[in-house]
Design a protein around this ligand. Structure first.
Ligand code: ATP
Length: 300
């Protein structure tokens, strides 16, 4: 595991931002951290990058307690955050020249192709770049040394859709050799690129699993009845967002299997005429589970 977090807590004054959060990120994965505003994603990432210390528990990065990461180990980690600080008075070219000798694995030809692909003007002062250009610059600086681990904290905020697409393409060029941990609210961007996903709610990981597993176990189910539909009286806890309209009862099943779900439907709903199930987009998985969690349901 390239990242192993075991039961970390973080207190800010009396407030617990993290409440026993555990997470493991496998090597080679593109791992998405998702969760509502204030759930604790940035706090977790800052602990991993040793920018802040956990109040309790251990977060290991590259096999080492993040508080003990050496300069050599940091040279294998790329970190890009929304509020990336870059020296405003240096030009793009000057800053790259400054960084190159700091990273033994700096790849010159990759640097050139990133500059071209991301259309970064070498001679312009960093302080004169737009927000999106600065984020692209930070990404180019982090990718050019082919880090073993790339940590991205909400890299898309404020980026236009074309830049987002270019950004993801640059990332995907390096997928596989680099493990990526990315926190973002842009679930559409993550849907086709992330291999694994963790949901963070109120300072804890509600669940983590592969994107394929998540997408196969969460399905929208439509049950057509031979009579006007009413919501079932005692539905299983894993059915969320239950609706009845016309002759159809629909719900999101968070533990879908064809046989299991069909049997539950037959045991719960009378007069079933037809059952259909379809995949659910990541954004709907998130909103459905987040709404259910807010209401206190434990079935995620
Ligand atoms: P978002 O999606 O909005 O960026 P997030 O999941 O990244 O949210 P965090 O930034 O980790 O959330 O914040 C988690 C909680 O900790 C929030 O309630 C936030 O107000 C609180 N918090 C974060 N940093 C501090 C701090 N320095 N002092 C006090 N509270 C803090």
């Amino acid at each position: 595991m390239i990242i192993e977090i075991d039961n970390i807590w973080k207190k800010f004054g009396r407030f617990d931002a993290l409440e026993g959060l555990s997470l493991t990120v496998p090597e080679g994965s593109a791992f998405a951290l998702i969760g509502a505003n204030g759930a604790g994603k940035s706090t977790t990432i800052k602990i991993l990058m040793n920018l802040i210390e956990a109040s309790r528990g251990v977060a290991k990065v590259l096999g080492v307690d993040s508080r003990d990461l050496s300069r050599q180990q940091f040279a294998q980690i790329g970190y890009v955050s929304e509020n990336q600080e870059l020296p405003p008075r240096l030009t793009v070219g000057d800053y790259l020249a400054y960084l190159r000798p700091l990273y033994p694995s700096w790849d010159h030809s990759l640097e050139k192709s990133l500059l071209k692909q991301l259309e970064l003007p070498l001679g312009r002062k960093i302080g004169h770049l737009s927000h999106g250009m600065r984020i692209k610059m930070a990404l180019a600086c982090a990718l050019a040394y082919r880090p073993k681990l790339l940590v991205l904290d909400e890299p898309f905020s404020g980026l236009d859709p074309l830049v987002r697409k270019e950004f993801m393409e640059s990332l995907m060029h390096q997928a596989g050799e680099t493990t990526i941990l990315i926190s973002s609210h842009e679930l559409g961007e993550l849907e086709n690129t992330a291999t694994d996903v963790a949901f963070i709610t109120k300072g804890k990981v509600t669940f983590q699993e592969s994107m394929d597993m998540l997408k196969s176990r969460v399905r929208k189910v439509f049950v057509t009845l031979s009579r006007p539909a009413t919501p079932p009286e005692n539905p299983p806890g894993e059915w969320l967002d239950i609706r009845a309209s016309g002759n159809v009862v629909s719900f999101v099943d968070t533990q879908y299997t064809e046989g299991g779900t069909n049997a539950q439907i037959m045991a719960t709903i009378a007069g079933v005429h037809n059952i259909a199930a379809e995949p659910v987009a990541l954004v709907s998985i998130f909103t459905t589970i987040a709404a259910a969690t807010r209401r206190g349901s434990k079935q995620t």
